[in-house]
Design a protein around this ligand. Structure first.
Ligand SMILES: CC(C)(COP(=O)(O)OP(=O)(O)OC[C@H]1O[C@@H](n2cnc3c(N)ncnc32)[C@H](O)[C@@H]1OP(=O)(O)O)[C@@H](O)C(=O)NCCC(=O)NCCS
Length: 184
């Protein structure tokens, strides 16, 4: 692993659209992050959904040495739960500790905003990300079997979650869990 420089996290803006679109259209990123068949998105297609995300007020850009390298955030759901995403869009910056820094930051920001839990999806063949989320205290909560096709094989979609304010208790032991899944 290389030496990590200082990372800054700032609020995402409409002006970040093209940068985020570049990451979405990056085939290497797509291969680990999207269950859909690869197809480049246009600005026109992406613009309205990016605006919606920015307007929610829970989207951020990760910057290293003033260069945007990734984005993260959550889409608020019912019952103080957020469906999160975290994507370092520049593969050269994977495995350098930035994901951990950003996820820890997101958990404390979510706690400040009184979110109870974060949940998200991970592609079954993305072993690195599954290990990352385990290291970050997430539990697997369910699996959609054979959900997507990649390289001629079918793969599962994993759903993972963790409580925001409790680093110790696994979510599988959380009695409010049915309420959280109902939010999906
Ligand atoms: C998943 C992702 C956010 C992880 O961020 P990262 O900066 O690469 O991970 P970090 O270097 O902070 O690693 C933190 C921990 O996660 C684990 N980890 C991360 N990547 C791993 C890999 N490829 N294999 C095994 N473990 C891994 C390690 O245990 C590491 O622990 P350590 O801090 O004790 O070394 C980032 O790689 C990424 O955005 N990938 C592409 C998109 C994606 O997969 N997003 C998630 C799908 S929702």
């Amino acid at each position: 692993m290389g030496e990590a420089n200082l990372m800054r996290i700032r609020t995402a803006a409409i002006a970040d659209r093209d940068t985020v679109l570049k990451w979405i259209n990056n085939e290497v990123v797509w291969a680990v992050d999207s269950p859909d068949p690869y197809q480049t998105k246009s600005r026109e297609e992406f613009g309205p959904s990016w605006r919606e995300i920015v307007d929610m007020g829970s989207a951020w850009i990760m910057e290293v040495d003033d260069k945007p390298v990734g984005h993260l955030g959550w889409v608020p759901q019912r019952q103080a739960v957020g469906e999160f995403y975290i994507v370092i869009g520049e593969p050269d910056y994977w495995g350098m500790g930035y994901g951990r820094q950003a996820m820890e930051w997101m958990l404390s920001e979510a706690a400040l905003r009184e979110l109870k839990a974060l949940y998200g999806r991970v592609l079954g063949h993305n072993i690195g990300a599954l290990k990352f989320f385990t290291a970050m205290g997430f539990d697997q909560i369910s699996k959609d079997r054979d959900f997507f096709e990649r390289d001629g094989a079918m793969h599962d979609l994993h759903w993972i979650a963790r409580k925001v304010d409790d680093h110790c208790q696994p979510i599988s032991k959380w009695s409010d869990w049915p309420a959280l899944t109902a939010a999906r």
